[in-house]
Design a protein. Sequence first.
Length: 294
Amino acid sequence: MLRTTTITLAGWLMLSSCLWATNHVVVVLDDSGSMNDAMPRQNLTRMTAAKRALLTVLDILPDDTHVGIVLLNGRLEGDPWVIPLGPVNLPRVRNLLDKVQAGGGTKLGKFLKIGADELLATRGKQHYGTYRLLVVTDGEANDPKLVDRYLPEILARGLTVDVIGVDMNEKHSLATRVHSYRQADNPESLTQAIREVFAETSADADAMNDAGESDFELLQAFPAELAIAALGALADSGNEEIGQGGSAGRRSSSKRRGGPGSKKGISRIPLLAYLIGAVILWSFLSKLFRNRRA
């Protein structure tokens, strides 16, 4: 009876977290000097078109979508974040975007990491939900080595990365390295590209909610203590900052948590918990990918 009640409670917590899952999107907005160039046959700059497109889409977002916007160069009140990741306050966003001026370089690698770190920190607090980086840019990175260093790890952590190339003569080099790439050569196609990314975010959230029910059924096969530990292990894994997952970091982490480098070694419950958590995660991702292909 106790086991059934415990598993039911664990399952309820899992399902409720699915039902209350929030979509999280960090927009990495290119405000480099070239964004001041006018779009072909248009009486507005790339920067103005990008700001208008974002505001158009943000105006129709559901309440369960949280958005953050970070600039490559700009500083509003000393902060590169136009708005921190959270619920959208459209009047405030409109007021802050109006102050954004293009100028500077294209430090995509640096700000891919900044955006990803914010998403991972949020995921560490609320495991269920969708987590996506949307890059809106008109040029190649000035820090390609950082892109090469950080992007594979960002993708390996399960974050979705979408890129929109604004009025570019050829595809961005990231086009074949991320989950989706869209070319936008005019204000209308830019708005449509941003709208499509946010629509995919909502579709992924629906698939996640469906998968959560099956996760509960999977948990019922395990002892209560192990099932609870699995949930904790699953929620606690893979959310450290990008670039901090090296062998040295893993060794120090294992010592703190009672891992191979500690005197006490690994207890059976945490080890099995992580294995079960991995099974649950694999089950969820498989369902999510199948639903996206359907």
